[in-house]
Design a protein. Structure first.
Length: 211
């Protein structure tokens, strides 16, 4: 447990020292206000804060001297698994906490939100961490494209694209209204379950191939 807390603390200390993270958060917020249709603006900030803690903490972490130092110190002790656990669980926990508070600022979310939010946060954390370790710049590019696409989409489309844009699941649940022509909130519960299995399975497969 101490290794998990220590790793999380090092991730946080490293991230808060980097001014580029603050610029990134500001740019993302401005992008929502400029690109997003008015009916989606408030809920898109919920999805932003599912993604932002992950990007804030994990970007550049895999190659950082802090991580290399931790792994060097504990490599002989066989506790590297705890470091890897902290690397995705701490950002996901931060995402769930901040987004939950923000969601309550508007109105009590539907029950599906409380299933979709943690599953999506874990999935994004696993996917982003994997891409940072193996497909750094390509992975960042994909996330930027997904982010811009989700911002530009209208609130009620009921298209397959709504399920492909997994970074937007929390906001999509909040906006879901089958009577108005959207996907049912249960659709995003199922999609988030599939997503987390795919994310975890892909990460396990990549790690096995590179071990």
């Amino acid at each position: 447990m101490q290794i998990i807390i220590f790793t999380a603390g090092m991730m946080w200390k490293r991230a808060v020292k980097m001014k580029s993270r603050l610029w990134l958060a500001g740019l993302a917020a401005v992008s929502i206000l400029i690109i997003t249709p008015p009916e989606k603006t408030a809920t898109e900030f919920v999805s932003l804060f599912v993604l932002l803690p992950v990007v804030f903490l994990q970007t550049g972490w895999s190659d950082s001297r802090e991580r290399k130092g931790i792994m060097t110190l504990i490599n002989r002790g066989g506790t590297t698994g705890m470091v890897r656990f902290a690397e995705w669980s701490f950002p996901a926990l931060g995402a769930v906490t901040v987004s939950s508070v923000l969601a309550f600022a508007a109105a009590p979310p539907p029950w599906q939100f409380w299933v979709v939010l943690p599953l999506t946060a874990v999935s994004i954390s696993l996917v982003y961490l994997t891409t940072e370790q193996h497909l750094k710049f390509a992975g960042r590019t994909v996330f930027i494209i997904l982010w811009l696409l989700q911002l530009s989409q209208p609130a009620h489309t009921k298209k397959l694209l709504d399920l492909v844009l997994f970074t937007d699941y929390p906001a999509a649940v909040l906006l879901a209204s089958p009577d108005a022509g959207t996907h049912h909130p249960d659709s995003f519960v199922l999609a988030s379950l599939i997503l987390v299995f795919l994310a975890a399975g892909t990460r396990a497969l990549v790690r096995r191939r590179n071990s």
